[in-house]
Design a protein around this ligand. Sequence first.
Ligand code: GLC
Length: 673
Amino acid sequence: MIRKYKFGRPFETGAVTAPMEAVQGKPPYGEIWCGDKVPACEEKRPAGAFSYRYVLHDEDIVYGLGEANRGINKRGYQYVSDCTDQPYHTEDKRSLYGAHNFIVISGRETFGLFFDYPSRMTFDIGYEQTERMTVSCERADLYLYVIEGDSAYDVVKQFRKIIGRSYIPPKFAFGFGQSRWGYRTKEDFRHVADGYRSNRIPLDMIYMDIDYMQDYKDFTVNEGEYPDFAAFVAEMKERGIRLIPIIDAGVKVEEGYPVYEEGVRGGYFCKREDGSEFTAVVWPGETHFPDFLNEKAARWFGDLYRGLTDQGIEGFWNDMNEPAIFYSQEGVRELQQVISSCQEMEHGMEDVRRIQEKAGSLANAGADYKRFYHAVNGQMIRHDQVHNLYGYHMTKAAAEAFGRIAPNRRLLLFSRASYIGMHRYGGIWTGDNHSWWSHLLLNLKMLPSLNMCGFLYVGADLGGFGADATRELLLRWLAFGVFTPLMRDHAALGTRDQEAYRFGDTEAFRGIIETRYRLLPYLYSEYLKAAYTDDMYCRPLAFVYPEDDFARGVEDQLIIGDEIMIAPVYTEHAKGRYVYLPEEMRFVKLKKDNYYIEETLEPGHHYVEVAVDEVPLFIRAGKCIPLVDAAQCVEEIDRQTMKWIGFEGASYERYDDDGVHADSRVRRTVDSM
Ligand code: GLC
């Protein structure tokens, strides 16, 4: 049962696709304060603000918020939905790149809430006061959806039904991808391809970061380096490798650059109040931001992807689309003023602190987001009021254009910034994490929350983006990444080389990445099932074993599809780990050369040994999964080698399709052990 409530004059975000009338009256749970009726205890809140309050009970768990920090259970902290270019995902961070305002309260009462509001929103989930949950925002202009269900899982499934089907990428996108900020020349890319192929480590994609472009200009390639880009794309494809270029949100300001000139001519960039184009500095230097919320501008920008698809490109990653701002012209002027007012250094350290503070606050400044506007249906809307929709609309613009450019073909597409609704158009990667063990665990915890919000094609930078990875960390992270739909190793400029063949012996890496391909028929099948039935690909244990009190609290194991549970090793020097089995399971370890072992384990707690070259998984009672021989790329997987592992007598319904076309018919085959 879902009820929709309307407050003020909401912006139509397009998050919900199911037609629904708003109902009158008070929502059944919690209390709402909005407009001028601000309670005395909330004096800090300006009139006109909105706040939703609910009293949490001891046993309540709060799920959701998609790409957010900390645990699967969101209780005990404060989160802010405010798409942010945040390269340090330390525990204290409240905002990351996505804004996913869906939560589920599961305990004494069970219900879900979706706050469809495109600007900054705060979720205090028992942080200021342990038993109080407050969701608030500055303007009482939003839709609130209240979802009642039998369980948290049921609430999620109902929510997923109203937000539309999740994006399904082409099948090759389920292979392994290598990325690094710094690959620039053809030789750089060939070197990576050689490194993988000569070591027989499977690979399907190499990602092109900003250095493939000419001066970081979108939809260009470095002219000296790629005089015949199409031939280079074809050369790689010949080797079973797709090149996946990055596209940034900001368009370089440069006379003679056609994208810039067309954008100005068409009036497609975001403007200041006085009608001039807003300018901010990002990678290319001064840039303008396309107005993705304006239909004409979105169509124009989307069609530009054709320049690359015409040369054989079949996938993209959209970046810097919060949008990230290093600084604006206005911001720099303000900094100059602060510096000149401190010229005499009369106040010593105090002056230094003021300058430092101003300089440190130039990037992604809230003030900048108030300096430019979107033209939506003839109305000028200040960016900060719809900030969380920017990356979503960039990705939507691309996906809709793909429908025109390559009708019926599935292209790979994922984005950094997002809002619920974008899950229909592409996936996401979770941005600039670090080569820290804690970020392996954070990756695991985020996954089911993202699925709750519709984002199925997701993954983190395996091995960590910032800082230097170690062999052990990368191996353990890859062993977890085997199960994430987007499986990509990516690293920042200046960090240690992190490709799977860079750590001396390559055997262990080959074995782990091969495992991804051996499990691919299962992983792909479970992905298709989740997408077609608006379900989760990956669930917390609590959703599968709701009656099991211990399982309800588990935050370092997941259920992948319906058949398997995973319990990755995420601590350094560990020889194995403790794992909780809510039911009897078959413990399987896979490694190189199509090797595996199986052992049946009773329900309860176990310590399992897992070497760094092994991928562990647990097949649930009475179930089985298909396993094929490893291959060098997805297209080479030989389904004739398929065998079954798990429980005798079990059967499995496998989904498959051609992996290429949007309207490809899903084939279902039932096999038994
Ligand atoms: C951003 C992206 C990162 C990319 C870098 C350079 O930091 O998050 O993935 O490598 O920009 O383009």
